[in-house]
Design a protein around this ligand. Sequence first.
Ligand SMILES: N[C@@H](CCC(=O)N[C@@H](CS)C(=O)NCC(=O)O)C(=O)O
Length: 215
Amino acid sequence: MSLSLYFHPLASFCQKVLIALYENDTPFTPRLINLGEAASRAELQRVWPVCRFPVLRDDAKDQTVPESSIIIEYLAQHYPGTTRLVPADADLARQTRLRDRFFDLYVNVPMGKVVTDKLRPAGKNDLLGVQEARSLLQTALGMIEQDMATKTWAMGDTFTMADCAAAPALFYANMVMPFGDSYRNVAAYLGRLVERPSFARTVKEAQPYLAMMPK
Ligand SMILES: N[C@@H](CCC(=O)N[C@@H](CS)C(=O)NCC(=O)O)C(=O)O
């Protein structure tokens, strides 16, 4: 098996790539990284010194591929399957990438800010940063609410990389800012994502670690 994934099952950007791998039953060796353990951290740092995951290693092609979107593009190009994660049509591919960026930068990142602020040492919290993150998240959710009014998946009828990005970002966003009645279309979309077998499996595998999420 030539592919290895450096990841943690709880980490949202790692889940994004797990969904892509599970969509096409792409075989890979899991390399579970615990950032709290020096040796495990060093293992990730050796392949990607900035020490962020996920990172994909492809021994067959001697490629180290960081960044969730780039990993999915790489899988779509070199290990394609029945789920076409990036459309062949150039315009549709660009729109897919825009939505992927949107879910990463305006949902996943601010959601992560709210969550990780709770892990900061007492007296070191970033109140203003968290307020800004919550405000950005609200703006993004309002836009997704309109965008998803008539669609099944982020690009319409076809599941793509944009949905891989959306699933964990919205799953955790719903925990930090429950959608309730304010974002009914977003909630319905999240419901469809959670039922998608690739994401259902990802969530199931994260369950043993969910207690690590700060309240
Ligand atoms: N832009 C990166 C973001 C990766 C990222 O921030 N991953 C988080 C986990 S979800 C991480 O490595 N956190 C560790 C840290 O911040 O020290 C991607 O898309 O892969």
